[in-house]
Design a protein around this ligand. Structure first.
Ligand SMILES: Cc1cc2nc3c(=O)[nH]c(=O)nc-3n(C[C@H](O)[C@H](O)[C@H](O)COP(=O)(O)O)c2cc1C
Length: 146
């Protein structure tokens, strides 16, 4: 049985593009070794990440992620057994929804269609909705701030 865990968190304000690359690099190596797959979406200020694989491995990696100073306010949304992986081919894919400088002030460059096209066909419908509304929510927040 596969176990899936979805969380959201807030990136440290000083997070750089190099940090993001380092996170992805570590994730891809560790996750391959632990039989984990998933998706990390970064909006420029927030993360949403899906981790899936053997339960113990998911929880062990998540415990490390929770104490990582590169983000805070980690909130677990889903943690449950599931029949199939949503991202079977990705040790960890990263979708950056932002302009290339990753700055928190540049959150307006959002393209819902890009994210939609990026999500794999194998993704469970509930996760698709959550990833998409995560993106939409950010768009709404940026309009509210105008
Ligand atoms: C948003 C975010 C997502 C991360 N995702 C993963 C991941 O999927 N897999 C992973 O091994 N580490 C991930 N990390 C890095 C871990 O927090 C940690 O640095 C890494 O597991 C190495 O831990 P270790 O030094 O105790 O081995 C992530 C960190 C952040 C901030």
């Amino acid at each position: 049985m596969i176990y899936r865990l979805l969380y959201v968190s807030t990136a440290d304000a000083r997070l750089t593009a190099d940090d993001l690359e380092a996170i992805l690099h570590t994730a891809q190596i560790n996750n391959a070794a632990n039989n984990l797959t998933g998706l990390l979406v970064y909006t420029g200020s927030q993360f949403m990440q899906l981790l899936e694989g053997p339960r113990d491995a998911v929880e062990a990696v998540f415990a490390g992620i929770c104490s990582d100073p590169r983000h805070h306010s980690v909130a677990r949304l889903i943690a449950e057994p599931t029949r199939e992986r949503s991202c079977p081919n990705w040790t960890m894919a990263l979708q950056v929804i932002d302009t290339p400088d990753y700055g928190p002030e540049s959150v307006f460059e959002v393209d819902d269609e890009t994210l939609k096209a990026f999500l794999p066909e194998t993704m469970a419908p509930d996760l698709k909705i959550l990833f998409q509304s995560f993106n939409t929510m950010k768009t709404a927040n940026s309009y509210a701030a105008e």
